[in-house]
Design a protein around this ligand. Structure first.
Ligand code: ADP
Ligand code: MG
Length: 255
């Protein structure tokens, strides 16, 4: 059984089919990629998987269970976390606090507990802090954990967003253009970090990325979309030599 399965999934905005009849699977422990020219529908796919957008048609299953139709926070609870193409951090909060917010999506800090169970809350808070520091150490960000998120370099902000996603305890991590704005050293590091994350947290990664060196270097399975439609699927070697893929990329670059 695949970890994530999209079957015949479409998203229509007004008259525009942003995603059309898409089939996509991610296996357990796999690093997979979803690629395609700008506007091909990649972020829309992420928005449907995470419940931010309703699917217009089709089904999404995760660990054999239908998740299309669930609210976004339920999908996070099932074990799907994401980062955003346009970074979404709490800019005025510290690096550490940003990771802690990831844990808070699952903590018991509701109003009842805050009033009737303050000891439990402070113990839980301390645990969240410890676990957040562990993640920051793993990402080599512990030295900057006291800085405000807006004061750290752009590439590091992308890494921090991954840290916050990890704090929700995912089985599937969706990364939307994680290398955007990174220099080549940072990209090399990111590649290693993605491997390390997969191995330490025993999760699968679905990557949307324009940097072909990164995509082809680490993805075990690649799905290529153009105008919302799947035009190829396979290994890096298979998709790179696929005429429809070459056509899609060359066609767009001449625009
Ligand atoms: N909320 C929305 N309302 C209307 N159109 C949208 C919305 N989100 C995305 N689109 C359109 O869907 C298409 C795919 O967009 P997107 O998924 O962001 O592409 P990609 O991430 O591959 O660059 C684009 O034409 C975009 O304008
Ligand atoms: Mg996008």
């Amino acid at each position: 059984m695949a970890l994530l399965e999209l079957k015949n999934v479409s998203k229509v905005f007004g008259g525009l089919t942003a995603v059309g009849n898409l089939d996509l699977t991610v296996e357990e422990n796999q690093i997979a990629a979803l690629i395609g020219p700008n506007g091909a529908g990649k972020t829309t796919v992420f928005n449907m998987i995470t419940g931010a957008y309703k699917v217009s048609e089709g089904d999404i299953t995760f660990q054999g269970e239908r998740i299309s139709g669930l609210k976004p926070h339920k999908i996070v609870e099932k074990g799907i976390a994401r980062t955003f193409q346009n970074i979404r951090l709490f800019k005025k909060a510290t690096v550490l606090e940003n990771v802690m917010t990831g844990f808070h999506t699952k903590s018991s800090g509701g109003m009842f507990n805050i009033i009737y169970n303050p000891v439990k809350i402070s113990r839980e808070e301390a645990e969240i802090r410890e676990k957040s520091i562990e993640i920051l150490k793993f990402l080599h960000l512990e030295d900057i954990m006291g800085l405000e998120a807006c004061n750290i370099p752009y590439g590091t902000q992308r890494l921090l967003e991954i840290g916050r996603a990890l704090a929700t305890g995912p089985k599937l991590l969706l990364l939307d253009e994680p290398a955007a704005g990174m220099n080549s050293t940072e990209k090399q590091e990111l590649m290693k970090t993605i491997y390390r994350i997969r191995d330490k947290y025993h999760l699968s990664v679905l990557l949307v990325e324009h940097d072909m060196e990164l995509v082809m270097g680490i993805s075990e399975n690649i799905t290529v979309v153009n105008f919302g439609r799947r035009i190829a699927n396979g290994t890096a070697e298979q998709v790179q030599t696929n005429p429809a893929v070459i056509e899609a990329y060359l066609g767009r670059s001449e625009e």
